[in-house]
Design a protein. Structure first.
Ligand code: SAM
Ligand code: SF4
Ligand code: SF4
Length: 341
């Protein structure tokens, strides 16, 4: 096990398998920036599955047991099930999860991902009102496709299915209660995420954050809630249960109650750079090490040193930096679709 300068172990690895997406959610890949002329990675620049498999094996020797596959939209990457099977076969991996917008989640796909080794699925859905949904994702994918995708997932025995809703003030807070109504008693856990200042282009502003407190205050009078204990130390989502026994919800308050003190997560970009924070401006490129035929224990040693030096705590520092948005960091952050959300 290795701990960083703030005494945080390395436990989770998020792997972005592609920087591409078939959606253009304004808070992540705004259309005016990620348009026709945006240069995405070529397929030969993507880390190959055998390299990802090898790196995951090395990461397990540093304490990583949980993997999440993400992107961009991970279901766009060819034969993702092959990668999942490879990772599932690695000693020390206890949990493989996937985050998707569910637009490509046919019933066959929902079953084959599970069969390959995915046990937990996060599906992003920001509204049940079709017009609001389309306004957020900016592509002509019918909302019904996503609802069908969720239904397909629910038909498979995944351990956990979570539905992630990013709440933006003035955009989709009116959909919070309909989302509660729709997902109560389905077995899926609805999670509300505060809108974050990821990347450089989403025009984030504190005034656009519908806070965790506001979310709970809105739901509680209609569907009374009570807090429940975290599943494990460092769980980013605060858990609540409906008092009438119809399930639970979660609230991720990255803005108003940051959780950097427990952050045990590294991210691997689609082309092979390691980032120690979602808000980092640069990553540590593993590609030259892979191409230079370094041995596993040499790569492990580089990663160990990287983690030992880590002192990221962007979200905790954010509040004090709000008065000086041009402090230099704001223009240099890596994009979330690239690094993996
Ligand atoms: N395309 C997949 C999806 O949307 O589920 C996976 C990648 S996406 C970057 C992962 C998660 O990041 C999604 O749940 C998305 O809602 C969330 N996300 C993206 N931009 C965000 C932002 N500015 N604030 C909060 N969450 C954000
Ligand atoms: Fe694509 Fe997910 Fe980003 Fe939306 S949040 S643009 S679906 S990567
Ligand atoms: Fe972790 Fe960085 Fe997010 Fe803090 S801001 S919780 S260190 S990823």
């Amino acid at each position: 096990m290795v701990t960083d300068r703030l005494n945080r172990p390395l436990k989770d690895l998020r792997i972005s398998v592609t920087d591409r997406c078939n959606f253009r959610c304004g808070y992540c890949m705004p259309k005016d920036v990620f348009g026709k002329h945006y240069s995405f990675l070529n397929s030969n620049a993507l880390l190959k599955y055998q390299d990802i498999e090898r790196l995951v094996g090395i990461f397990t020797n540093l304490g990583v047991h949980k993997i999440r596959l993400t992107g961009g939209e991970p279901l766009l990457r060819q034969d993702l099930e092959d990668l999942i099977r490879r990772i599932a076969g690695i000693d020390g991996i206890r949990d493989i999860a996937l985050t998707t917008n569910a637009s490509l989640l046919t019933s066959e796909r929902a079953a084959s991902l599970h069969e390959a080794g995915i046990r937990r699925l996060n599906i992003s859905l920001d509204a049940l009102n079709p017009e609001i949904y389309a306004r957020i994702n900016q592509v002509p994918v019918p909302l019904q496709d996503i609802l069908d995708g969720i239904r397909n997932a629910l038909d498979v025995p995944y351990d956990v299915i979570k539905i992630n809703m990013v709440v933006q003030k003035g955009v989709n807070e009116d959909d919070i209660l309909p989302m509660c109504e729709y997902f109560r008693n389905t077995g899926a856990v609805l999670r509300f995420i505060e809108f974050m200042d990821v990347g450089n282009h989403n025009r984030w502003d504190l005034d656009k954050v519908f806070t965790a407190r506001e979310i709970i205050d809105l739901i509680n009078p209609v569907y009374p809630l009570e807090p429940i204990r975290a599943n494990y130390r460092g769980e980013v989502s605060k858990r609540w249960r409906y008092v009438d026994g119809q399930g639970e919800i979660g609230v991720i308050s990255s803005i108003t109650q940051p959780f950097c003190t427990d952050c045990a997560r590294a991210r691997l970009s689609a082309k092979g750079e390691v980032f120690t924070c979602l808000f980092a401006s640069s990553g540590y490129d593993l590609r030259p090490l892979l191409d230079g035929n370094l041995k596993d224990d040499e790569i492990l040693e580089r990663l160990r040193r990287l983690w030992l030096q880590r002192e990221d705590r962007y979200s905790m520092d954010r509040m004090s930096n709000l008065d000086s948005p041009s402090d230099g960091r704001a223009s240099q952050k890596v994009e979330m679709s690239y690094i993996g959300g």
